[in-house]
Write a protein that binds this ligand. Structure first.
Ligand code: ADP
Ligand code: MG
Length: 484
């Protein structure tokens, strides 16, 4: 027997509603084994998406226990949870949630950018996945130039980018015509045949019937959990009548609610796409995020989390590969300050960088100087091996302080590593005192061999580069923002 992959025990999810708590998921006990294909059905508001969010670690239970592969998830730090999402889950949404100004290829690459995969293998994998899904000749197309069905296939490729052992699909066919919907279901079934675990939410019993197991939710409780024989060429009329009954009964029970729910969907989404694009690409649109209603904002944050990250990097320019982006000057420190004020933001750091020659005594090497804010190290989850980090005061004063990584210490202070702390090194023409050494290289982007040092961004801008614009802003999303 396959082992339990997903295990919920007594899981509840409450939301505050005025002066009381609304229990949206009520004591859910659910086990899903690796390799199963499961459909979750139920009326609108019955808790399907909330359950999916908990399964996908986009949200946490208020009470109860959730284990993946036997591993409890409640002790995981937000960073670990993000990595966990990346490793286990691929997400597919009703409206695809592709970034409108990125090509199909760039959209598929995205989760792997967060996973830190280098450019060449990343693009190769994205190309291969899109090819497998019949989109080899659409790599450079923007979502708007693709049909709904094609866009959903792009989002399936994106879900598979980091492996997607467990595919979570919330209404994947809800926005598609029946032909495209059938196509998407065929792909999901093929993925299932290839060993992926598929969990899908649907209003459509015809769609649900493709799963081997249908779980019905009502008012946050599981009211039915039935194995069904999926339809197929082997389903003769005789055994069809015997298997038809369970889902037919469910269908009758929920048909009306499903219809209502369908009408309730549909609003909002275009704006979500635009805004999400904005939050990743350009500050102009980030202002739009700030102006949006709470509901949409929560959806955006969920989109971001579903990519397996807690951090968003905002670059000027129009694409990941935009050659101009290094020269676009629209991003300034004031943008970072504005973002820091937002309730969904934990911490923000401006980033400027440039490569300079570091000199200490007779050693001279080229290194990347990262001008960052005092929150950078928290945003990036970096730790100190010794010394200290610079603080808000250092930033305000453009202090000539520098934090170096282990590679830099090994290279500059190879004769006497203990000498590093407190030493004064030259960053180009600017002398800076080494105040701290980081525990390990910042490996989430770039290679591990490079030499990295960090100074306050003010020091970098005012003393080193003379440039008054930023290379990027990195935002760490608040951990306690509810996702809806
Ligand atoms: P479904 O996906 O089945 O339509 P949801 O899981 O989205 O249902 O929502 C279940 C219930 O939880 C609904 O009544 C909804 O209003 C409520 N709910 C969902 N998210 C939130 C939230 N962030 N705050 C308060 N209530 C919420
Ligand atoms: Mg839903």
């Amino acid at each position: 027997m396959a082992k339990s992959l997903i295990e919920l025990r007594g899981v509840c999810r409450d939301y505050p509603a005025g002066d009381h708590l609304l229990t949206v998921l009520d004591t859910i006990d659910l086990t899903i084994k690796a390799g199963e294909m499961v459909a979750i059905v139920g009326a609108s508001g019955s808790g399907k998406s909330t359950l999916m969010n908990i399964i996908g670690c986009l949200d946490r239970p208020s009470r109860g226990e959730y284990r993946v592969n036997g591993q409890p998830t409640d002790g995981l730090e937000p960073d670990q949870l993000a990595a966990f999402r990346r490793e286990h889950f691929g997400f597919i949404f009703q409206r695809y949630h592709l970034l409108a100004s990125l090509t199909a290829l760039a959209n598929v690459e995205m989760p792997a950018i967060y996973a830190g995969l280098a450019t060449a293998p990343r693009q190769e994998r994205a190309r291969e996945l899109l090819g497998r899904l019949g989109l080899a000749d659409r790599l450079g197309h923007l979502p708007g130039q693709l049909s709904g069905g094609q866009q959903q296939r792009v989002s399936i490729a994106r879900a598979l980018m980091n492996g997607g052992a467990v595919i979570l699909a919330d209404e994947p066919t809800g926005a598609l015509d029946s032909t495209s919907g059938a196509e998407v279901m065929t792909i999901l079934k093929e993925l299932h045949d290839h060993g992926h675990t598929i969990i899908l939410v649907t209003h459509n019993m015809e769609v649900a019937r493709h799963a081997g197991r249908i779980i019905a939710l009502r008012d946050g409780r599981i009211v039915a959990d039935q194995k069904v024989a999926p339809p197929g060429p082997t389903a003769t009329l005789a055994n069809r009548t015997t298997v038809a009954h369970p889902w037919r009964a469910l269908w009758d029970r929920f048909a009306e609610a499903f219809r209502m729910a369908l009408t309730a969907m549909a609003a909002h989404r275009l704006r979500t796409l635009l805004t999400m694009l904005g939050i990743i690409i350009g500050i102009g649109s980030v202002v739009a995020v700030v102006a949006l209603g709470e509901g949409s904002r929560q959806r955006i944050l969920k989109d971001i989390k579903s990519m397996g990250t807690n951090t968003i990097s905002i670059f000027p320019g129009s694409d990941w590969g935009d050659m101009r982006s290094g020269r676009v000057r629209t991003l300034v420190p004031a943008d970072a300050h504005a973002l820091a004020e937002q309730p969904y933001v934990d911490t923000v750091t401006p980033v400027v960088n440039r490569s300079v020659t570091l000199v200490y005594r007779n050693v001279s090497v080229t290194a990347q100087v990262n001008g960052v804010g005092e929150h950078y190290f928290r945003v990036r989850g970096m730790e100190l091996a010794e010394g200290r980090l610079f603080d808000a005061e250092s930033v305000a004063a453009s202090s000539q302080e520098v934090v170096i990584d282990q590679n830099t210490r090994r290279t500059l202070f190879k004769d006497n590593p203990a000498e590093a702390l407190g030493a004064v090194i030259m960053l180009g023409k600017v002398p800076c005192r080494v105040v701290g050494v980081t525990r390990k290289a910042d490996t989430s982007f770039g290679d591990t061999e490079s030499l990295n040092v960090w100074t306050p961004y003010t020091t970098a801008m005012n003393r080193l580069t003379g440039q008054q614009y930023l290379r990027s802003i990195t935002v760490r999303v608040a951990d306690n923002v509810p996702t809806a």
